[in-house]
Design a protein around this ligand. Structure first.
Ligand code: NAD
Length: 247
């Protein structure tokens, strides 16, 4: 897909590692100039050095004002923003609801849902001004499939999907597309604790392809949704889950 995104400026949050990083690399390989955000500045500087361009915009997506400042910095540097991928996310706890704590609920909702809202809204405002763009949010199979011990995470991802549909409807006639990527299980720092525990066997057994995916396997789906090839696709959720939600 080299050249598919030539001339486009993209912003990827959660791009320090894992799925966000793999998406940022895929967008850059497809020709986009990519600005990257996450909490750890050195991870972002590594990315810029690796792809030989782009911009590191460190900070927390959950911090009010960060997203607006990040978009302003990108537009100041590159003049526009065509693609935004909101991949920043956390899943720090694994307890049944009756044992869960207020502070864990708040942390997960703040980053996964409110952070997505701040970033998509900031990107959308810029894209509406320009007359077009593509926003890709990141949910999870657990936006729709229940599993024990992940109440806040699943609720945050269900919220991401609902929010994305609303933005898609609001902005469709002004050239801004909003779609969701819903991954199944991928090998990253976020999932590794679960995947390498006794739960890992259950996860693999539950997945029709009988394996956990590698982060680059999500990249092409992001490139597609970002590109003009997806010009009539908005408000959709693309699952990349080895068949999880089909089973
Ligand atoms: N790994 C999986 O199996 C899986 C499955 C479904 C969905 N997801 C989703 O994909 C996204 C990426 O997950 P991952 O597995 O790559 O995780 P990861 O832990 O490997 O990477 C997460 C990245 O997000 C950044 N981040 C976290 N909180 C942030 C904040 N407040 N502000 C800015 N950056 C922040 C981290 O610094 C890191 O760079 C998340 O939204 C996650 O919920 C992952």
């Amino acid at each position: 897909m080299s050249g598919t995104l030539q001339g486009k400026v993209a912003w990827v949050t959660g791009a320090g590692k894992g799925l966000g990083r793999a998406i940022a690399v895929a967008l850059a390989e497809a020709g986009a100039t990519v600005a990257v955000s996450s909490r750890t500045k050195t991870d972002l500087e590594d990315f810029v050095a690796e792809v030989g361009g782009g911009l590191a915009v460190p900070g927390s997506v959950a911090e009010p004002g960060f997203a607006d400042q990040a978009v302003a910095a990108i537009v100041e540097q590159f003049g526009r923003l065509d693609v935004a991928v909101t991949a920043a996310g956390i899943s720090p706890t694994f307890h049944r609801t009756e044992k869960s704590r207020d502070e864990d609920w708040t942390a997960v909702i703040d980053t996964n849902l409110t952070g997505t809202y701040y970033c998509a809204r900031a990107a959308g405002r810029q894209m509406l001004q320009q007359g077009g763009g593509s926003i890709i949010t990141v949910s999870s199979v657990h936006a729709t499939a229940g599993m024990e011990r992940i109440a806040a995470y699943a609720a945050s991802k269900g919220g991401v999907e609902a929010l994305s549909r609303v933005m898609a409807v609001e902005w469709a006639d002004r050239g801004v597309r909003v779609n969701v990527l819903a991954p199944g299980y991928f090998h990253t720092d976020l999932s590794e604790g679960l995947v390498s525990s006794k739960w890992g066997e259950r996860i693999v057994a539950r997945t029709p392809q009988k394996r956990v995916a590698a982060p680059p396997e999500l990249g092409a789906a992001a490139v597609y949704l970002a590109s003009d090839a997806a010009s009539y696709t908005t408000g959709s959720t693309l699952t990349v889950d080895g068949g999880w939600t089909a089973a």
